[in-house]
Write a protein that binds this ligand. Structure first.
Ligand SMILES: [Zn+2]
Length: 124
């Protein structure tokens, strides 16, 4: 289940950001998942739940956004979003393409509650 390892990495990044911003509580995490990222959303949600049982992540909500896959036409170099199969270039109707996007997974945004309600980037 590589979703658990993936989520561990993502949450490690969230923690780094949270600590450096003196965050009291992480409330909401939005993660973008490419359509071709080969991720099971249920497994990702499960991993998130399991990894946010304590500390400043406790009770945080996970939101998953899906990014469309993007293909580039081999014949005319037109880039287009892949909505459905078969994949056909809307410009020239070619079925020859390379996938150039839609395999990425990253943190889109984080909603937090700051300590004392004051945001400070650095301690000077
Ligand atoms: Zn084309």
């Amino acid at each position: 289940m590589h979703e658990t390892a993936l989520m561990q990495n993502l949450l490690a990044t969230v923690m780094q950001v949270a600590v450096s911003h003196n965050v009291a509580q992480v409330k909401h995490v939005v993660i973008s998942v490419g359509k071709f990222a080969n991720i099971l959303p249920d497994a990702l949600s499960f991993a998130f739940e399991a990894l946010t049982q304590e500390g400043i992540m406790k009770g945080a909500e996970l939101e998953i956004k899906y990014l469309p896959a993007v293909a580039r036409c081999d014949s005319c170099s037109h880039e287009y979003q892949v909505a459905e199969f078969p994949i056909v270039c809307p410009a020239c109707k070619s079925t020859s393409f390379v996938i150039v996007g839609g395999e990425e997974v990253y943190i889109e945004s984080i909603d937090v509650e700051e300590k004392n309600g004051i945001a400070r980037e650095s301690k000077g």
